[in-house]
Design a protein around this ligand. Structure first.
Ligand code: BGP
Length: 466
């Protein structure tokens, strides 16, 4: 079996990670600007200079037969303060980008929020504040109206759980808070409420395109086959996966989900109560999700853990340094026989297959799935104009095989996007963690196809893995 004729092969990007020009052309500040400056390790400028280089990148897409690109709109380029005055220069910029996409036969799949809430709203609590929910919906409505002739595929949020955990549990995203599980839970709930309201606005507006949300879904397995580890895996799964999947497809939280979430909140010194009005809105919106975007990089093997919270983020690529232990939840373990990247991410394509089949079984109302991100962080080296990234080709190939298996076992998967199209900046790792099919020399901003770009073109042409 090959991939279906209409299967979409794309490449993914995100505004803050590739555009550069973070404080110019009328763009409003985002929390990342100060957060990164205070860390002093690296900055979002000039990143891959997509602000100017988009014609080059889209031309590369055309040449390498990549017919779809994930792009995010930077909210603060449109509304520099999150609400109110519109920055026409930002609005025009995305018109030019979308037109260039179509000129090159590349379909834009557009995300409205990819980790970059405008600073004014972020400072007031980001998605812990209902004001941000309303501001997001107004921004979404503006984009639906403005870009309706150019964009047919929309996503509201990129990765609800990672936003929450990185902001409030790992502390690697601004505001850099650690171990506050109740805050993480509330922020996910309000993002899912904002998603639901945006979906309803989209459908009520009668726009011709489609809409969904993107979740990062990592399969959680018990480390050992015993009750304690099974429970630990279950806890992390409910917190990271089932909570947002329930919200997306059911528009409410099942008793199992809510009981576990409330108990995890209380072990960690807080609580979680849902406003029934929110559930009414979420329930109304749930059937209108046209698809689910699933980002998938790795899986976790979890061991029961009752010690103190202890997280160390490997943000440098020093293999074996990562630690993730949450009190009363579990500890993520390395597993013999399972390879990892230099940043300690487990390479386990079966996790992707299992997650897709789990959605198929647990949420049979889903309509379609796009793998909206998958790829491998790697320390690429540039030698004589040649970039040999064979491990990345292997990584992609293995995951595409798992995907093919899921499709032949009945899952409706419509497309796959490699993260990332070209090298971009990585939020908590900087510039040495490269993912691109195209190598970017960040000094000259020249692009060079890696082996993986040629590999991917072959897959696209054959509609099959190698
Ligand atoms: C996803 C994000 C992307 C990208 C990717 C790789 O979670 O949606 O923005 O960054 O992960 O992650 P990292 O850059 O941390 O290696």
């Amino acid at each position: 079996m090959r991939f279906p004729e209409d299967f979409v092969f794309g490449g993914a990007t995100a505004a803050y990670q590739c555009e550069g020009e973070t404080r110019t052309h009328g763009k409003g500040k985002v929390a990342w600007d100060d957060f990164l400056e205070a860390q002093g390790r690296f900055s979002g400028d000039p990143a891959s200079d997509f602000y100017h280089q988009y014609p080059v990148d889209l031309d590369l897409c055309r040449k390498f037969h990549i017919k779809a690109i994930r792009i995010s709109i930077a909210w603060s380029r449109i509304f520099p303060s999150g609400t109110g005055t519109v920055n026409q220069e930002g609005v025009d910029y995305y018109h030019r980008v979308f037109q260039e996409c179509h000129k090159n036969g590349v379909e834009p799949y557009v995300t409205l929020h990819h980790f970059d809430t405008p600073d004014v709203l972020h400072k007031k609590g980001d998605f812990l504040n209902r004001e941000t929910v309303e501001a997001f919906v107004d921004y979404a409505k503006f984009c639906f109206e403005e870009y309706q002739d150019e964009v047919s595929y929309w996503f509201t949020f990129n990765e609800v759980w990672p936003v929450a955990t990185n902001q409030y549990i790992e502390g690697t995203f601004p505001p850099g808070i650690k171990y506050d599980i109740p805050k993480a839970i509330y922020s996910m709930h309000y993002m899912m409420l904002a998603h639901a309201k945006a979906v309803l606005a989209f459908k009520e507006g009668g726009y011709k395109g489609k809409i969904g949300v993107i979740h990062s879904l990592e399969t959680k397995y018990p480390y050992e086959d015993n009750d304690a580890d099974r429970l630990a895996a279950k806890k992390e799964d409910i917190l990271a996966n089932q909570f947002v999947l329930d919200a997306t497809f059911l528009g409410e939280y099942t008793k199992e989900t809510l009981d576990m979430i409330q108990s995890l909140a209380s072990i960690n010194g807080g609580s979680f109560e849902v406003d029934p009005q929110d559930l009414k809105i979420m329930k109304k919106a749930a059937p209108f999700n046209d698809y689910l975007g699933m980002n998938h990089y790795q899986s976790h093997f979890i061991k029961a853990y009752d010690g103190d919270n202890d997280i160390y983020h490997n943000g440098t690529g020093e293999k074996g340094t990562n630690r993730f232990r949450l009190k009363g939840i579990g500890e993520r373990m390395f597993k013999e026989g399972i390879e990892t990247t230099d940043w300690d991410w487990l390479i386990y394509p079966k996790g992707m297959y299992d997650m897709i089949m789990r959605i198929q079984e647990q949420y049979p109302m889903y309509k379609a799935i796009y793998i909206t991100e998958n790829g491998m962080g790697y320390k690429d080296t540039f030698e004589d104009g040649f970039i040999d990234d064979t491990p990345r080709c292997d990584y992609i190939n293995k995951h595409l095989k798992a995907l093919k298996q899921a499709i032949s076992d009945g899952a409706n998967v419509k497309g796959y996007f490699v993260w990332s199209l070209m090298d971009v900046f990585s939020w908590s790792n900087g510039y040495n963690k490269r993912y691109g099919l195209f190598y970017v020399d960040f000094k000259t901003q020249k692009r060079y196809p890696k082996c993986s770009a040629y590999y991917y073109k072959t897959v696209i042409d054959r509609k099959d893995v190698l």
